[in-house]
Write a protein that binds this ligand. Structure first.
Ligand SMILES: [Zn+2]
Ligand SMILES: [Zn+2]
Length: 352
C-alpha cells in the first residue's frame, strides 16, 4: 500500500505539518489522482485561520464541517493512478487538472450544474481533503479535465483564479460590449482577468491597483490605462477615460474600499461583479441603485462547464501563464507565510 503524505491542518491558526496515512483505495466511481502540482491560494490562509473577516471586528467562522487533520489546497493537477470499479473509462497515467468545486449532486444548484454553489458542498481542500498532499481522491472521473499542452502548474491555477476571473467576466459580457471593463485589484485573479478580458472583449480593459508595480505589470500586459484608487482624483480620471463611467467593473479584491471605488466609477446602467474575499463592510445609499440603475453581483468560482471553457480558451488563445513560482510540497507552510506577508508575485504552486 502506498503512503498518502499530507501537509495537514491539525489545529486552526497553527502551522501545517506532515501526516502520513495509507492511500485510500478508490471505491465505486472514485479516482485516485497522484498530485504533481497544487497551487496556494489566498483562501487557504482564511481556511488555516478558521475565519473570514466581515468588517467591524466581525468574523465568519468557517471551522465547522470538516474533520482535523485536514488537507487544504484546491488548485490541483496530477496523474490518474487508480480507478474504482465504476470509473473504468478513466485511464491511469492520464495527466489531468482536477475541478475542485464538487457538489452533493442532489440539491437544486447541483441539478442545474452549479456545483460551485451547492448547498452541501464537497469542495476539495475546503470541505473534503484537497491537494497539499501526494494524492487526492476524486468522487467521479467527470471532474478530471485534460489540460495538454498547457503546463500542469498553469492548468492547476486555472481551476481557481482562472476560473473565477473567467466566470466573473462572462457575467459582464453585455456591459463589456458598451465600453472597456474596469478591473480592480491586480493580484493573481486580477492578472488572469486582464489576460482573459483581452481575448474575450473588444476594448482593452482599464485597471486599478494601489500598488505601482502591479499597475506597471498590468500596463505591460495590455491594460489600456491604470489608476491608483488611493489617489483622490482616480474616480474622476476613470469617468473621464470612459466618457462618463464604466459599464462593467470587476472587484477582485472584495474590500470596503475596492467595492466603493468600483461602484463609484460606474456609468448609469453599469454592473460590478465581486469575486474578492478580502473582507469589510460596504455601504451605499439604497436610492443609488435606482438613481444609477446599477447592479452588484457576487460569484463564487465557476461551474464544471466553465472550467472546461477556460481551459479551452487558454489553449486556443495561447494565453500566457501568470508568473508561477514552484516550491516542494513540504514547504507548504513557508509558501502560505510568504503569501500572507505579501511577498508573492503571481502564483505559488507546490510540487509533489
Ligand atoms: Zn482559490
Ligand atoms: Zn448540491
Amino acid at each position: 500500500m502506498t503512503d498518502l503524505r499530507r501537509q495537514s491542518l491539525t489545529a486552526y491558526g497553527t502551522p501545517l505539518c506532515e501526516t502520513v496515512v495509507a492511500c485510500p483505495q478508490p471505491q465505486g466511481s472514485e479516482v485516485l489522482v497522484r498530485i504533481t502540482r497544487c497551487g496556494v491560494c489566498h483562501s487557504d490562509l482564511h481556511m488555516q485561520d478558521g475565519y473570514f473577516l466581515l468588517g467591524e471586528d466581525k468574523k465568519l467562522d468557517v471551522r465547522a464541517g470538516r474533520a482535523l487533520p485536514f488537507t487544504l489546497g484546491h488548485e490541483i493537477a496530477g496523474v490518474i493512478e487508480h480507478v474504482g470499479p465504476h470509473a473504468q473509462d478513466a485511464m491511469p497515467g492520464r495527466a489531468v487538472a482536477v475541478y475542485p468545486w464538487i457538489g452533493c449532486g442532489a440539491c437544486p444548484a447541483c441539478r442545474r450544474g452549479d456545483e460551485n454553489i451547492c448547498a452541501a458542498p464537497r469542495h476539495l481542500g475546503i470541505n473534503v481533503d484537497g491537494g497539499f498532499a501526494s494524492h487526492v481522491l476524486v468522487p467521479h472521473p467527470r471532474y478530471l479535465l485534460d489540460h495538454a499542452p498547457l503546463p500542469a502548474s498553469f492548468a492547476a491555477t486555472l481551476m481557481c483564479s482562472g476560473l473565477t476571473a473567467y466566470a466573473a467576466l462572462k457575467r459582464l459580457a453585455a456591459q463589456a460590449a458598451l465600453g472597456p471593463v474596469l478591473l480592480v485589484g491586480m493580484g493573481g485573479v486580477g492578472m488572469m482577468g486582464l489576460a482573459l478580458a483581452r481575448v474575450l472583449f473588444r476594448h482593452a480593459p482599464l485597471v486599478a491597483d494601489i500598488d505601482a508595480k502591479k499597475r506597471e505589470a498590468a500596463l505591460a500586459a495590455g491594460a489600456a490605462a491604470a489608476f491608483d484608487p488611493g489617489d483622490a482624483g482616480a474616480r474622476k480620471a476613470v469617468l473621464a477615460a470612459t466618457g462618463g463611467g464604466a459599464y462593467a467593473a470587476c472587484d477582485f479584491v472584495g474590500s470596503e474600499r475596492s467595492l466603493a471605488f468600483a461602484t463609484g466609477a460606474l456609468a448609469k446602467g453599469g454592473k460590478v461583479v465581486v469575486t474578492g474575499l478580502f473582507g469589510g463592510t460596504f455601504t451605499m445609499p439604497v436610492a443609488m441603485f435606482g438613481l444609477k440603475a446599477i447592479a452588484i453581483e457576487g460569484i463564487q468560482t465557476g461551474t464544471l462547464a466553465e472550467a472546461r471553457e477556460v481551459l479551452d480558451l487558454a489553449r486556443s488563445q495561447k494565453l500566457a501563464p501568470p508568473p508561477i513560482g514552484e516550491r516542494p510540497l513540504d514547504e507548504a507552510q513557508a509558501a502560505l507565510e510568504a503569501l500572507r506577508a505579501g511577498r508573492v508575485v503571481g502564483r505559488v504552486v507546490l510540487t509533489a
